[in-house]
Design a protein around this ligand. Structure first.
Ligand SMILES: Cc1cc2nc3c(=O)[nH]c(=O)nc-3n(C[C@H](O)[C@H](O)[C@H](O)COP(=O)(O)OP(=O)(O)OC[C@H]3O[C@@H](n4cnc5c(N)ncnc54)[C@H](O)[C@@H]3O)c2cc1C
Length: 551
């Protein structure tokens, strides 16, 4: 399967590399579920598409999504229930019209995914809309609503979408392309996005790719924190790129910390223990076996993520232990293995048989609720520039995301972006020559080290529980790093890929901390000890780059 995909990529790469200045209808930056869905929808409308991805294979968060995709499909459920659960989780900050769009487009979006070949786990118990899906329950949902493909939902979606993309003649695909910046031109008094400057990750060669419309689908920013469930590509590049182009970022102080990633210090990559395990009956316990969620929230272990993450952290501090436990042993072993084959196998690899032993867990940075500010058609304020998926701030998550709403959001708003593009096609234009600077792909170890220090700082100063003082200390450190970064960028011949990635990380971290300082209340995922209460009025805060680190 991978070999077929790589062969496909090789052929498409050759086609592009031979002629650099093609004008595409749509340039899609990112090949997760949002980028791929947008590409397929665009190709169906006869538009020419180029997809870029940073790594050597599509390796954003989509591949790792386990739990599933929320949508109304049971007769016991309703749009109103899905809306009210989403608003409840969002703690007063969701944009209601966007939430209605999300939920009401759910069933049609699932039908589209099935048409593209996604195979969700079926059950003979739930006869729904002609498609008998098995439904899971997750924290914050008032009924079973989560469609899934065993516990590898993201992998299955990516498998099907990539296969479908491979069949489309209108879609070209380039790997190992790091998008450095957007190309913005003036058309009258308005700004328009003409494409992007891209660096080949292996050679360091810079090139310009031009398109009538550009969709940012670069995923989340969990890698800005030391402990994270996110893969390496989820570094928030799209947010930094958009901010340098002058687009506002909104709600970026709301990083969702997943309460239960596997605590296994020997593991190189962190591994998520899906919320569905708690939905299935998993109970949180401390080292003494006490159910510490009793008395914290009426839903106990199934309370919303932010409440659980904070309770786990509090209990870790109180008991001085590096982790807590999730106990699923009361359930029949056969059922555990059927519902969670991937989690069962991964835990067994680390020596834990989850049918007989408790799972050690810790919280980790998981999902960026905010991002690039867009409207209900995924449009940014720059014409021709769209954003969808985790990089976008549609406003559906408010101050806290309801579990499994993000895969749905990724596809619903990707399809809306394409609908808008095909309804209002941007005119052809003659690409202007721009100055391109190749960079070095080797060296830059110093910046890698500094990036890890920055991630540690974000964990300590802008983590699950914040204080004004810790945020201010973090911001002071950012200012020092910003200066070092700027000096290095100005020195001729010093530009390395690691420095450019570090620049993105510094810019994003600075904007996140500034937004966190602006929010003088505790709401949803933003818990700040100096302001323990929620203020009466719900406000969104926008972050801008004051002094873009351009050169
Ligand atoms: C472990 C885990 C489990 C999850 N489980 C669920 C779940 O059960 N249900 C749910 O709804 N959500 C879940 N989520 C969240 C969900 O997976 C993501 O929000 C969603 O997949 C994001 O999709 P995306 O297309 O926006 O981005 P991604 O899938 O992250 O893709 C981003 C793409 O952008 C590319 N990219 C990034 N930067 C650059 C750059 N500078 N240049 C070029 N390309 C770039 C990457 O290479 C990648 O191809 C989970 C997330 C994680 C990490």
């Amino acid at each position: 399967m991978l070999a077929v995909f790589l062969l496909f990529c090789y052929h498409t790469c050759r086609k592009i590399l031979d002629s650099e200045e093609v004008l595409y209808d749509i340039l899609i930056i990112g090949a997760g579920v949002s980028g791929l869905s947008a590409a397929l929808a665009a190709a169906e409308k006869g538009l020419s598409v180029l997809i870029l991805t940073k790594g050597s294979r599509p390796d954003g968060s989509s591949n790792y999504a386990q739990g599933g995709i929320a949508t109304v499909s049971s007769p016991k459920d309703s749009f109103q229930l899905h809306i009210s659960d989403t608003l409840e989780a969002g703690d007063g900050l969701c944009k209601k019209e966007q939430v209605a769009i999300l939920t009401k487009n759910g069933p049609a979006t699932i039908r589209k995914l099935v048409e593209w070949g996604v195979q969700f786990t079926v059950s003979h118990k739930n006869e729904t809309d002609g498609i008998p899906f098995d439904l899971h329950l997750e924290g914050g949902h008032s009924c079973k609503r989560i469609l899934h493909a065993a516990d590898l939902t993201g992998k299955e979606m990516m498998r099907a979408l990539l296969l479908q993309v491979k069949k489309e003649k209108n879609i070209e695909f380039l790997e190992n392309r790091f998008v450095r910046d957007l190309i913005i031109s003036k058309r009258g008094s308005a700004s328009h996005c003409d494409g992007a400057v891209v660096i080949h990750q292996k050679s360091g060669k810079a090139s310009a790719i031009y398109a009538k419309s550009t969709i940012l689908a670069t995923g989340g920013a969990g890698r800005l924190w030391l402990h994270t469930t996110n893969p390496a590509d989820s570094a928030g590049d799209g947010m930094a790129v958009a901010a340098r182009a002058g687009v506002a970022l909104q709600d970026i102080e709301f990083m969702q910390f997943h309460p239960t990633s596997l605590y296994a210090p020997a593991l190189k990559k962190s591994f998520l223990i899906s919320e569905a395990v708690r939905g299935f009956g998993g109970i949180l316990k401390n080292h003494a076996g006490e159910e510490f969620m009793n008395g914290v929230h009426p839903l106990r272990s199934l309370a919303p993520r932010d409440i659980v993450a904070r309770a786990i952290q509090r209990e870790m501090v109180r008991t001085g232990k590096p982790n807590m436990f999730l106990d699923i042993t009361a359930k029949p072993a056969k059922d555990i293995k059927t519902h969670f084959p991937n989690i069962f196998a991964k835990c067994l690899e680390t020596g834990i048989d989850i049918t007989r032993e408790w799972i050690p867990v810790v919280p980790s940075a998981h999902y960026m609720c905010g991002g690039v500010l867009v409207d209900s058609w995924s449009r940014t304020r720059i014409s021709g520039l769209y954003a969808c998926g985790e990089v976008a701030a549609t406003g559906v998550h408010g101050a806290n995301r309801l579990a499994s709403n993000s895969l749905l959001e990724s596809v619903v708003f990707a399809l809306r972006a394409v609908k808008d593009i095909s309804k209002h096609p941007a005119p052809d234009f003659i690409p202007q020559k721009i100055t391109l600077e190749d960079i070095s792909v080797s060296g830059g170890e110093l910046w890698k080290k500094k990036k890890n220090e920055l991630r540690k700082m974000m964990w300590e100063h802008c983590g699950i529980v914040r204080t004004t003082k810790s945020l201010e200390t973090g911001l002071e450190q950012i200012k020092v790093l910003e200066k070092q970064c700027l000096e290095a960028l100005r020195k001729p011949g010093q530009k390395t890929l690691t420095l450019l990635e570090f620049q993105n990380a510094v810019q994003n971290s600075g904007m996140i901390i500034e937004n966190a300082l602006r929010r003088k209340e505790s709401r949803g995922l933003h818990c700040i000890i100096n302001y323990p209460n929620r203020s009466k009025t719900a406000k969104h805060y926008n972050a801008f780059l004051k002094a873009p680190l351009k050169k």
